[in-house]
Design a protein. Sequence first.
Length: 352
Amino acid sequence: MTSSQSRPGNSSPAGSTPQEQEPDGSRNTAGRSASAASHLSIQQRLAIWTRKHGAGPYLLLLPATAVIGALILWPAIQVGLFSFQDYGLMQISGVLPAHWIGFSNYSQILHDPEFWQSLKTSVYFALVVVPLTLIVGTLVGLLLVRLGPKMRTFVSVSALLAWATPAVSASVIFAWLVDPDGGVVDWALAKLPSWLGGGAHWASFSWTNATLPAYTVLTVMLVWTGFPFIAVTVLAGLRTLPSELLEAARVDGAGAWRTFWKVTFPILRPVFLVLALLSTIWDFGMFTQAYIITGDLGNRDEYNLGLYEYSQAFTQPPHYGLASAAAFVLTIILLIVTVGYVRAAIKQGSLA
C-alpha cells in the first residue's frame, strides 16, 4: 500500500501531476489561455470578436449597404456637387472646366416662377391622389378579407397585374384611352345622355392640352396602378387582427364603419402611416406618367417638379447644375415629409 503525504491544504490524489503555481501560489491559467489564443485561426478570432461586440447584424447589412451606396448614395453626392457648379454641355464635352458658383443655382431656382408653379401642381396632385389611393386600396382590402380563399386569390392576382404593369405601358394605355381621335373615353362620354353629363361636346375632347384634364387622367391612372399594393398590405394587416376584438365590437352593436374606425384603424395605424409615406414619395416626384400623358414638354402649365427638372436638364441649352439644384430641393422636401411621418409614428408608439 502506497501512502502519499502532503501539506495541509495542498493535497492531491495519488499518481496525479501537481498543477503549476505562481510564486504567490495562484494557478498559471493566463499563460495557458494566451497559448490557446495564439493557436486560433483568423476566422475563429473574427467570430469571437463579432460575438463579443455584437457586430453580427451589421456585418449582414454590409453587402446591402454597399449596393445602396453604389447605386443611390454616390449618384446623390454627384447631384449635390453639380448643384453648386455651372455645369452644362460644354463641361460634359470637356471644352470648358466646371467652376463653383455656390448657391447661385438654388437662388435662380427659387426665383423662377415656373418652379413654384410646378411645386404647387405637385402638392395639389399629391393631396388628391394619395388619399384616393389609400381609400380605394383600403376598401378593396376590406372586401378581400370577406371573400373565400379561391375568390380572394383570384381578385388579388387580378389586381396585382395592374400594380405590376410598367409605368410606360400603363401611360401608353391611358393615352390611347383618352385619345381625341377615336379614344374610348371620348366615345363613351359622347354616348351618355345629357342628364349623366354626356353629350356631343365630349367628341374629340383633348385631355392633355390643359392642366386639370391631364392631371385627372393621371389621377385615375395612378390610383389604378397604386391601389393593389395598398389592398394587399391592408389585407395582410387585417389577417393579424385579434378576432376577439372584432367579435366584441359586433356584440356591442357596432356597425361596419364604427368597427373599422374604433377597432381596426387604431391597430393598423402604423401600417397606414407607412403606406401614406410610400405613396407620397412615389406620387410627388412622378415623371414617367406625366411625361407621356402631357405629350413631352409642350405645355409648361402642366409641369410638376419631375417635368421641371427634366426641362432644365435636357432642353437646349442643358443646365445640369440647375436641374441638380431642383432635384436636391425635391429631395429635401421628401425628407421633410419623411421626418414628419416618422415623428408621428414615434409619438403613437409604432416605432421604438
